[in-house]
Design a protein around this ligand. Structure first.
Ligand code: GSH
Length: 203
């Protein structure tokens, strides 16, 4: 049985969302989003940096949310939720899948550090402002790509599991301006999916 090592309000939600969408059976190891759990020797043995998500599948143990999504789609869904390699949408699928960790998550990480994780007296308004502007800028092309589409490549796909989750987080952090109407509608569309609701409310 697949086993997901999870902490609330983290990228581990992507994997819950994926497993729920695919209706795959899994068990979950819920940890606190706190060094006492994440930096324990037990968890560092699974992830050298003590982070989530980590997925165990028999003898396989794998970390990095994007790698986990790809692994599950290939090994457990015969490449489902993604276009075949010779499909015209395949390059766009790859592009948005990787745009998530490459372009959108770095400024999100800084916004989270500067608004939630650091104690107030160590926060830096300049660093926060730069990260908020960078994040909003990175979301512009996503807003444009969603013009006339329900999901990033038209049909719901693994790219939505990655970048859709990051868009939801960006919106929650107040970094999706009202003018980005396609992105706002996309976040609402994603939020209405029962599998997403299961993931996002898991504590
Ligand atoms: N690129 C990695 C990032 C993993 C990551 O940074 N996870 C965060 C939660 S979203 C974490 O575990 N943070 C705990 C910490 O930094 O101590 C992935 O996509 O899995």
């Amino acid at each position: 049985m697949l086993k997901l090592h999870f902490a609330p309000n983290s990228r581990a939600g992507r994997i819950v969302w994926l497993l729920e969408e695919l209706e795959l059976p899994y068990e979950i190891n819920k940890m606190a989003f706190h060094p006492k759990d994440l930096k324990s020797d037990e968890h560092r043995a699974r992830h050298p940096l003590g982070r989530v998500p980590v997925l165990d599948d028999g003898d396989v143990s794998i970390f990095e949310s994007g790698a986990i999504v790809e692994y599950v789609l290939e090994r457990h869904k015969n490449g489902g939720l993604k276009p075949p390699v010779d499909d015209a949408r395949f390059p766009t699928y790859l592009q948005w899948f990787h745009y998530c960790e490459g372009m959108v998550m770095p400024p999100i990480n800084t916004v989270v550090v500067q608004t939630i994780l650091l104690p107030e007296d160590r926060r830096d308004a300049t660093v926060l402002g730069q990260a908020q502007r960078l994040l909003t800028k990175a979301l512009g092309p996503v807003n444009e790509a969603l013009d006339g589409k329900d999901y990033l490549i038209g049909d719901f796909s693994g790219a939505d599991i990655m970048l859709g989750h990051a868009c939801f987080m960006s919106n929650r952090l107040g970094c999706v301006p009202d003018e980005m109407t396609h992105l706002k509608a996309y976040v609402e569309r994603i939020s209405a999916r029962p599998a997403f609701q299961t993931a996002i409310t898991m504590a």
